[in-house]
Design a protein around this ligand. Structure first.
Ligand code: KIV
Ligand code: ZN
Length: 510
């Protein structure tokens, strides 16, 4: 029997700190359910002291997660810990995760605290957390740049005060695999009470070493890893969950560890995240990228045709990656639709299923073949759109080499219908001008990209835009067989996100 590695997922907290990856509460709940189904052991739901929105989201997530522990991140202060527990107290298995920086550079320049003051804060905050729950994690922020002997003292203090998990972050992605492994071994050897806690590692990817450092940490004695789907996170991101899980699985004879993760749900979980945050998965991304199982070189293709194992160390099916096949058509029924959605990991309520099924029928009138990717796009459009301040009701666009590109559209703005016609340099410009004028806002378009969701000239277009207004940016995503309509949907989606961000009051940042 292999020993178990606990998977602590922080997509909803550290992942959400990734530029442009903000999610609303509904989207977070959806992702939390998917992570729960995936089999992660802990879901870090957020940082409740950050804002009213974060607090509410953590509270709501706590209600929907059935199996995993739900963690709330808190700074080492009574106020944060009280607020944190208030948010997760409805969870089946709540965990308080408190942290403070322990490197000289952070203590001196960020906290303005001495080593003694930091030790006192650890004692106080972990003890406070223990008044609420036995499940307390302590993180020594910037551990990899901290003095090793001071870190021994820090970890000993946290365990004495009652921490049951000790997390060692490589906060700035500075560590090297062997060195990081040595640090974990040093702590295992020198912290007197180390056997009373589980050691955890949390790595950032600034030098592209997050997965390597995490695996080195496991080899050295860590039994919990902190990871995110697709590796999203601050700056260059965090350790990618799917990379660590598949490394442990494919190389089980080397590592000798197992996880609880249902590997066939890895791809659907990563796709769902990518759809929610509107960021496509890069083609070259390990495990889940579009090219991860594509064999281009003739010699590889030849080998794979004879025996897949010549060039494939795992199969696409093992991570739940279905071949892009026709799944539904004009005559498919509600049951077939439900079945396909469940295969993708979506368990919808009957009302949600009705909505998606109607959208499938509408799409099938325009496009004969509906692929898995189409189905996913419809779920996102119909179910996971954020509650809209601005809605598109009607759009007519004229363009051509002898026409002045014109857009006529009707929108619902805060419940009132309004309409307008506008010109532009091209049809997309005309649509964006019309929308901006109608709602009285002029955000800067920072990025516009368009992809065909599937093959074929009747494929749905998937448009992603990034808008900037003041010091806020937002991503929007829209899909439709008509690429001008898809562009309008993406633009309006980003405007809705911008509006939400502007309404939200931020109290604190990690
Ligand atoms: O990277 C880091 O140090 C963190 C901690 C707050 C755990 O995210
Ligand atoms: Zn982090």
């Amino acid at each position: 029997m292999s020993e178990k590695i606990y998977i602590f997922d922080t997509t909803l907290r550290d992942g959400e700190q990734s530029p442009g990856a903000t999610m609303n509460t509904e989207e977070k709940k959806r992702l939390a359910r998917q992570l729960d189904n995936l089999g992660v052991d802990v879901i870090e739901a957020g940082f409740p002291a950050a804002s009213e929105g974060d607090f509410e989201a953590v509270k709501e997530i706590s209600k929907v997660v059935e199996n995993a522990q739900v963690a709330a991140l808190c700074r080492a202060s009574d106020a944060d810990i009280d607020r944190g527990f208030e948010a997760i107290k409805g969870a089946r298995y709540p965990r308080i995760h408190t942290f403070i920086a322990t490197s000289d550079i952070h203590m001196q320049h960020k906290l303005g605290m001495s080593r003694e003051e930091v030790i006192a804060a650890i004692k106080k905050s972990v003890s406070r957390a223990r008044e609420y729950t036995h499940n307390v994690e302590f993180s020594a922020e910037d551990a990899s740049r901290s003095d090793w002997d001071f870190l021994v003292q820090v970890v000993e203090t946290a365990i004495d005060a009652g921490a049951t998990t000790i997390n060692i972050p490589d906060t700035v992605g500075y560590a090297q695999p062997e060195e990081f492994g040595d640090l974990i071994r040093y702590l295992k050897k020198n912290v007197k009470n180390i056997d009373n806690a589980i050691l955890s590692v949390h790595c950032h990817n600034d030098l592209g070493l997050a997965t390597a450092n995490t695996l080195a940490g496991i080899r050295a004695g860590a039994r919990q890893v902190e990871v995110t789907l697709c590796g999203i996170g601050e700056r260059a991101g965090n350790t990618a969950l799917e990379e660590v899980v598949m490394a442990l699985h494919v190389r089980n004879s080397y590592y000798g560890f197992e996880t609880n993760i249902k590997k066939e749900l890895l791809y659907p979980a990563c796709r769902l995240l990518s759809m929610i945050i509107g960021m496509p998965i890069p083609a070259y991304k390990a495990i889940i990228g579009g090219n991860a199982f594509a064999h281009e070189a003739g010699i590889h293709q030849h080998g794979v045709l004879k025996n897949r194992l010549t060039y494939e160390i795992m199969t696409p099916e093992s991570i739940g990656r279905p071949p892009s096949e026709l799944v539904l058509g004009k005559h498919s029924g509600r049951h077939a639709c439900k079945q396909q959605l469940e295969n993708l990991g979506y368990k919808l309520t009957p009302e949600q299923l009705d909505k998606v099924f109607k959208a499938v029928k509408d799409l099938a009138d325009k496009k004969k073949q509906i692929f898995l990717e189409d189905l996913e796009a419809l779920v996102l459009e119909e179910i996971y759109r954020i509650p809209d301040k601005y809605k598109l009701k009607y759009l007519c666009s004229i363009s051509g080499n002898m026409a002045i590109p014109t857009a006529t559209l009707k929108m619902e703005i805060d419940g009132m219908d309004e309409q307008i016609s506008e010109f532009g340099v091209g049809p997309v410009d005309a649509v964006f001008n019309a929308i901006s004028k109608l709602i009285g806002r002029q955000p800067k378009l920072v990025k516009f990209s368009i992809n065909a969701i599937t093959g074929g000239t009747d494929a749905q277009g998937e448009v992603t835009v990034i808008l900037e207004e003041g010091n806020k940016t937002a991503i929007g995503r829209g899909s439709d067989p008509d690429i001008i309509v898809a562009s309008a949907k993406a633009y309006i989606n980003a405007l809705n996100r911008l509006a939400r961000k502007q309404e939200e009051k931020v109290w604190a940042k990690v």
